[in-house]
Design a protein around this ligand. Structure first.
Ligand code: DGL
Length: 239
């Protein structure tokens, strides 16, 4: 199976990594829109154009299905994209909602981008107590690998969630800083990486991984290498 996976930047690589681990026998085409990041502060109309351009690109690469490895697009535009395109599209949030509605956690926290929190996709669809916090500073700091500045945001974003049983990492960039978040919370709260909930993907083709980015520099390449340790066949710049 040839699977397209996309995000605004390097965050979706945390999803790709899990897909490769769990379903290695596929051909993966990853698109990171590093030129237009961050998506979390864009308007819905802007996000429609950007995500449609990426889906068109992936369809041209003849993928059989697409995984939206971006919380912001999954929360706001998965319905729009699924309706617009005649190809199987999986979003990253529906499996999480399914999982939490059937799990024994009662107080759920969600951290995500402004656009995802504003969509209320988690609080409207999970039948438990849900506290949602937007963390708009995280994505730029993660993309810039500015991890020391990150610690300064933790109290503002996380203190309100200290009584939760589980916190959803509602943006695919956040697994990159999962250990730091966990340490700040004294390793007491389960942090859910959304990609853990994806299932039922086929695993029956050739193994290949090709990455495409709309902007490519040494910083992005070094981030790629620190997130994905598996073999990558090519890294490409695409306009
Ligand atoms: N990884 C994207 C998400 O899951 C980041 C969004 C952004 O670019 O702000 O929401």
């Amino acid at each position: 199976m040839k699977i397209g996976v996309f995000d605004s930047g390097i965050g979706g690589l945390t999803v790709l990594k899990r897909l490769i681990e769990k379903y290695p026998n596929n051909e993966y085409i990853y698109y990171g829109d590093t030129k237009n990041i961050p998506y979390g502060d864009k308007t819905i109309d802007e996000l429609k154009v950007l995500s449609s351009n990426i889906v068109n690109f992936l369809i041209k690469q003849e993928v059989d299905m697409i995984v939206i490895a971006c919380g912001t697009i999954s929360s706001n535009l998965s319905g729009y994209l699924k309706e617009k395109y005649n190809i199987k599209i999986i979003d990253i949030i529906s499996p999480v909602i399914n999982y939490l509605n059937n799990a024994n956690y009662e107080k759920i926290g969600v951290i995500a981008t402004n656009a995802t929190i504003n969509s209320k996709v988690f609080s409207n669809n999970i039948n438990k107590k849900v506290k949602e916090v937007a963390c708009p500073k995280f994505v730029p700091l993660i993309e810039n690998n500015d991890l020391s500045e990150l610690n300064k945001c933790f109290n503002a974003y996380l203190d309100d969630l200290k009584d939760c049983d589980l916190i959803v990492l509602g943006c695919t960039h956040y697994p990159i800083i999962k250990e730091k978040i966990s340490e700040y919370l004294n390793n007491k709260i389960k942090l859910l990486d959304m990609a853990e909930c994806i299932n039922n993907i086929s695993n029956d083709g050739i193994k290949r991984v090709d990455l495409y980015f709309s902007k490519l520099d040494n910083k992005i390449l070094s981030n790629v290498n620190s997130i994905i340790k598996e073999k990558i066949d090519s890294v490409n710049l695409v306009m």
